[in-house]
Design a protein around this ligand. Sequence first.
Ligand code: FE2
Length: 389
Amino acid sequence: MLRYGNVSVLGVVLFGILIFAADNLSAPLPKAGSVSVNFGFLLASLILYGPATAVIVTAVVVLNIREFAKRVPYYKHIFNAGQYLISMGIASIVFENLYNRDIVNFFYPKNMGIIFLSVLIFFISNTVLTTGAISISERANFINVWIFNFAWLIPSQIFLGVMAVAISFLYRLYGPFTLLFTCLPLVIAQYTYLLRIKERKALLSSILQIVKVVEAKDVYTAGHSVRVAEYSEEIARGMGLNEYDIEILKNLANLHDIGKIQIDLSLLNKRGKLSDSDWKKIKRHPIVGYDIVKEITFLKDKADAVLYHHERIDGSGYPYGKKGGDIPLFAKILCVADSYDAMTTKRPYREALSREQAIFELKRNSGKQFDPVVCETMIEILEKKYQEK
Ligand SMILES: [Fe+2]
């Protein structure tokens, strides 16, 4: 017997309040959308009251006031709302058709299997639709976007499924007041995650402010780090790196010259020839930068890209004169991106090179200063851009 028409007012009110609260603690995803525990509550309302109640409660998610307040573009909101409702709708229909409500044993294995099948269906539908939208709008690889944004959510979805079973079981056994105890762990988990994301964002934005201060010391490097980050991202995408690595690389690119904070203003803007001692000071900036970046938890594993961004394939770079295979890939990408931007911007001692001249220099130094594969990728990107204009 399908129960599509039966709506429980109590269910709508209780789960609606819970979802509204959880949604206002939902955390932004690395690239787009947001992650929230509210699916656990939606599933519990589906198990307890059936699809009609669950879909009405889903509408509370869809009418998320916080997103309206943030002035999310209306088409994004309609897309999010639509895909969420569709995903929950499909999961609800499958659930209601297969779940046997006549069985007294709540933990009847087949019914448990149906609950987790519904979790799987919702997760796949929800993430595939969102991934499709992101990969189209950002022209990014579908699989890469999915892995970066959603693969890590699988354990939490299983956890939400288990929590929904526990919430429904206790609710049915002892009544609605049990929600006070069962929903607490979910809301705490949500809040902890939100704090972590906020902390990371705050840390990054304060570091980027420091980068701006460093660049402001030298009139010729204003905006340099941002451009190096853009070029690095393009190269990494062209080389097929995953979205997670691209994000880390972009942050490292923004910070690659942060070691210049230790160099005197007079030296950075010196117009005449640099003395040996001047060069010695300048050549320390990758080491100083590395010491700073390695203290940032989520960047420390790849911080050596900052340390080696002036190393050259033929061993003629600094600070250590490392050769080809000993230089990490991220450092090789930063080196090409950094050099291209340096060549194409005006410096105290020379005019900016044109794009063709810079491409010529990249070709001339491929295999000597630059890694040939990285260099080739950058040249392809630049030539493609040139043709487009
Ligand atoms: Fe540098």
